[in-house]
Design a protein around this ligand. Structure first.
Ligand code: DGT
Ligand code: CA
Ligand code: CA
Ligand code: ZN
Length: 585
């Protein structure tokens, strides 16, 4: 019997192959939607398969249902097999290369008969690729850069992938016999924007260890055991990620958790604080120093929690996201806590796309998904007219969209639903820094997010001039994904982010934290500057589908890492307060 994840993966594969085969866009999207739905399904899909009622599931139509029945029966999905004949699987990885769309991938494959990225690199080196009509030397250069990025970061993954793997393994371990405590540690606990390996820590007595490692190394996601010792075991998952599980004695847990949470830089300073106080801190605990300055393992200082250890070192508990040696010691010597934003503080969704531009769902479907999640407003921001490649809206379309939104808002009112859709737009910042519509249209929106989508590679000073103009424009209320980076795929624009942060604060404009795990832009590391100047942010999912809304969780973690208090996060406020902020220019 296939698992939900198996079915979702197969449907997603069809989606990717259809893109490469140049299949009708809507047909391909149907498979993508179905895949996302199955992945998020709380029931076992086999129940639907047995009852032959797959079409009761939203986004699964008759033909996709037939594909799934066939897959469950035979282990093969006919539509997938058909596309495998048409498109070699090796090309799927090429979709990750920025600057290379499905059409060109297929063209290159047909022209040169290659399927591997290494072969593609060869073509670029020899200058052959640049000769292909419609590509040219500039694109070839871009593709080469993008491949280099990909290779450099093959060892790391994005926050969403790491989170889903870690949660899955955590769930399979947490209720087992002997598990007294369990935590995810390492960079994932600290919410770094990309993750090397996943670290999990368990407190258990010795007799339980063999069974815990057995369950861990035979988890359905594991494809390879990299090492199996007495207290540590490492595996590789089918996504190619490494997971380390360490099992420690219960009395060592808090110290081990602190140590394996890191960061290394934070740990180094913690150890020197301990020394200054006549103690030694290591992954087992806190010990007195002998007269000659050695760790005296016979004189353990008692503690139970991380909090206790921080106490001994003259600090309040430091939230894991802040353990990067970026001023957290100064703060937590003085303060008991920072009122950092939490997921439960988020009241509304700002920055989402609909079928009016390049989103996969209608405004109404997106709104209903927001209501289901307990949000009270949705700021729709489709692309503006210059972004033609993403279905940007003409002036007439803008006006028609406003009518649709007004009608939907009337409906909510009539039903007594506490929900409102705000009329926004993600306006391109044009090359000279101006926005994408005449003022009388800009005036009609509730708010404008201003983002750069084209010519991200201008020289620094030109780029800054462009942003300065955009921020000074009174219609700009939020700056979208300032650097335009795509994590592990392409770097962002060369800009002075400290200046940008200060300028936005001065003009009472917010800079979003784009919560998509591909972006997480504005970067958390400008958080100190942002705090100093009182920058307002907004944790924006930039959702192109219903599933995308849930990226808010990653944005919240990055905002915490950037030291944003609830007060400085726009979408923790009510719809009325948000509108007030938008009007305040
Ligand atoms: P990653 O995996 O590259 O995303 O980053 P981390 O921070 O998870 O690094 P990892 O997995 O190598 O180690 C987990 C934690 O263990 C790290 O954050 C701090 C601690 N740690 C590991 N090696 C050392 C070390 O040599 N010195 C110190 N002070 N701490 C270490
Ligand atoms: Ca790690
Ligand atoms: Ca590790
Ligand atoms: Zn955008």
């Amino acid at each position: 019997m296939p698992s939900n994840l198996d079915v979702a993966e197969k449907l997603n594969l069809v989606f990717q192959l259809m893109q490469l085969a140049g299949e009708n866009r809507f047909k391909a999207i149907a498979f993508d939607k179905a895949s996302q739905t199955v992945k998020g399904l709380s029931d076992d899909i086999n129940v639907y398969i047995e009852n032959r009622n797959l079409t009761d599931i939203k986004d699964i139509g008759k033909s996709i249902a037939e594909d799934i029945y066939a897959y469950a029966e035979t282990g093969e999905m006919p539509v997938l097999e058909a596309f495998k004949e048409k498109v070699p699987l090796g090309l799927i990885k090429w979709l990750d290369i920025s600057g290379l769309g499905p059409k060109n991938i297929l063209k290159i494959h047909k022209e040169f008969g290659i399927t591997e990225i290494d072969e593609l690199k060869g073509l670029i080196e020899s200058g052959e690729l640049a000769k292909l009509s419609g590509l040219g030397g500039k694109s070839a250069e871009k593709i080469k850069k993008s491949i280099e990025w990909m290779e450099q970061f093959d060892e790391r993954c994005r926050l969403n992938e790491a989170t889903s793997i870690a949660n899955d393994i955590y769930e399979s371990l947490k209720d087992l016999d002997g598990v007294q405590q369990i935590e995810i540690a390492g960079s994932l606990r600290r919410a770094k924007e990309t993750i090397g390996d996943i670290d999990i820590l368990i407190a258990a007595n010795e007799e339980y260890i063999p069974n815990l490692f057995e369950v861990f190394t035979t988890h359905e996601r594991v494809t390879e055991i990299l090492g199996k010792g007495e207290t540590k075991s490492s595996v590789r998952t089918r996504e190619g990620r490494q997971v380390d599980l360490r099992i420690v004695k219960p009395e060592h847990f808090a110290a081990a958790l602190m140590y394996f949470t890191g960061s290394k830089e934070h740990n180094v300073l913690m150890r020197s604080r301990a020394r200054e106080r006549g103690m030694s801190l290591n992954e087992y605990g806190l010990y007195k120093l002998t007269e000659s300055g050695e760790t005296n393992f016979d004189e353990a200082i008692p503690f139970e929690t991380e909090q206790d250890i921080y106490d001994h070192l003259g600090l309040n508990w430091v939230p894991p996201e802040l353990r990067e040696d970026r001023g957290e010691f100064d703060i937590f010597e003085e303060q008991k806590e920072l009122p950092l934003v939490q997921e439960s503080d988020i009241r509304g969704v700002i920055h989402a796309h609909s079928t009016w531009s390049d989103g996969k769902f209608s405004i109404k479907e997106m709104a209903e998904a927001c209501i289901e999640r307990g949000y009270t407003y949705l700021g729709i921001t489709d692309h503006s007219k210059t972004a033609a490649y993403a279905g940007g809206l003409s002036v007439d379309e803008v006006k028609a969209q406003w009518e649709e939104i007004e009608a939907l808002n009337e409906e909510f009112k009539a039903q007594g639903t506490d929900f409102v859709i705000l009329k926004g737009i993600e306006s391109d910042i044009l090359a000279d820094g101006s926005l994408d519509y005449p003022d009388d249209i800009l005036e009609g929106f509730d708010f404008v997010i201003a983002s750069v989508h084209q010519t991200l590679d201008m020289p620094r000073e030109k780029m800054m001039e462009r942003f300065r103009n955009a921020i000074k424009n009174p219609y700009t209320r939020i700056v979208g994904h300032p650097t335009g980076r795509l994590l592990l795929k392409r770097g962002g624009s060369d800009i002075d982010l400290n200046e940008l942060v200060a300028l936005a604060a001065e003009h009472n404009t917010a800079i979003e934290i784009n919560a998509s795990p591909w972006r997480l832009d504005l970067d958390w590391s400008y958080g100190n500057k942002a705090k100093e100047v009182g920058l307002m942010t907004s944790i924006n999912p930039d959702a192109h589908s219903i599933e995308g809304i849930d990226d808010i969780q990653y944005g919240v973690r990055i905002a915490r890492k950037g030291k944003y208090e609830k007060e400085r996060v726009l979408n923790t406020k009510t719809a009325d307060e948000v509108l007030e902020f938008f009007k305040a220019r």
